[in-house]
Design a binder for this molecule. Structure first.
Ligand code: ZN
Length: 334
């Protein structure tokens, strides 16, 4: 008798009082999933079954995602029209190889270095084009979209600004070294001497020159935003998978609290500060032929500003050119 009772809900769940109790757990899961991911095939009325504690922020995000999807303009509205198709074809003819460093595939896609949403006027500007193989273009698109969700993009065509300190980064699974110091203090040289051939080096000057295809220090200031986003995306990748043996992040970061922020956010192997004296940095800047006059002046000011802003942090590995590190940490390649 007791056995029959215990089985009752399974045999005939309908009309028994335990019906709701029996059906609820998977239903709650549906509602949680729908609230979290906005799955299109989920029941259309999750609100009724919405459990407490699934998070107001999650629900708001799901709603935003759905609205964004519904409002997303068509390809033509987003700027991919006949004119674009011709410009694209011409670019591919002139630039038939994928531009991703070390990729040897032929290009099938043309990528906008700065997105159309951000700079609509550069939609047909060949200087904003970059040939890519299908795989690399798909990776970039996926990253951009993934990052748009985790970033602060909250309107369909809102520009995605590159943040100096993106809040959505996480600890790096790639061993990473953060190298700080004033302009011309030798940060790049420090990294070049220690990085392996397959390491990821994130230096805004180099990135800006790469994505604009201009010599180093000659990228327009407007490229900074795209360079920041490229850098941030790669830092994000470092928190997802070990795609590189190790990584090196070059930032000026004179203020101890910001170096602390990087230390907390990325959990780097070490934070190195190169305390190169201002006069040595200035001398190097003025003697550097790669820096245009204007850039020399900006960098010289930045050296003075760096030293005015500089504060020490106990956990940093401090290098004074010509001196030994203040801590016993090995600085050789990891
Ligand atoms: Zn490629």
């Amino acid at each position: 008798m007791a056995k029959t009772k215990a089985l009752a809900p399974e045999i005939s769940p309908l009309r028994t009082k335990s019906h709701t109790g029996w059906l609820q757990p998977p239903f709650i899961r549906c509602a949680v999933l729908a609230a979290k991911y906005g799955h299109p095939r989920m029941p259309s009325r999750p609100a009724i079954h919405r459990p407490q504690g699934s998070g107001a922020a999650d629900r708001a995000r799901a709603t935003r995602d759905r609205e964004r999807q519904a409002l997303r303009p068509s390809p033509a509205e987003r700027g991919y029209d006949d004119e674009w198709r011709v410009a694209r074809k011409l670019h591919l003819l002139a630039n038939p190889m994928c531009t991703v460093p070390s990729c040897t595939r032929s290009a099938t896609d043309v990528d906008h270095v700065v997105s159309i949403a951000e700079r609509p006027e550069l939609r047909l500007d060949p200087s904003n084009f970059r040939s890519m193989c299908h795989e690399h273009h798909a990776q970039r698109t996926a990253r951009d979209q993934g990052f748009a969700r985790t970033g602060s993009l909250n309107a369909v065509n809102a520009p995605q600004r590159g943040a100096s300190h993106p809040t959505w980064l996480g600890p790096s699974v790639v061993p990473i070294t953060v190298v700080c110091g004033p302009p011309a203090s030798g940060k790049s040289a420090f990294v070049q001497e220690r990085a392996g051939a397959r390491d990821l080096i994130l230096d805004l000057d180099v990135i800006a020159s790469m994505i604009t295809m201009r010599p180093i220090y000659q990228a327009p200031a407007s490229a900074r935003d795209a360079a920041l986003r490229w850098r941030n995306q790669h830092l994000k990748l470092c928190s997802i998978r070990r795609a590189w043996p190790s990584a090196w992040l070059i930032v000026s970061e004179p203020k101890a609290p910001w170096r602390e922020w990087w230390a907390t956010t990325l959990k780097p192997t070490r934070v190195v500060v190169i305390e190169a004296p201002a006069d040595a940095c200035l001398a190097r800047i003025w003697a550097d032929d790669r820096r245009p006059e204007m850039v020399k002046r900006v960098h010289a000011d930045a050296v003075t500003q760096w030293w005015a802003d500089y504060s020490r942090r106990d956990a940093d590995v401090v290098l004074r050119p010509g001196h030994r590190p203040t801590t016993g940490l090995a600085l050789s390649r990891t």
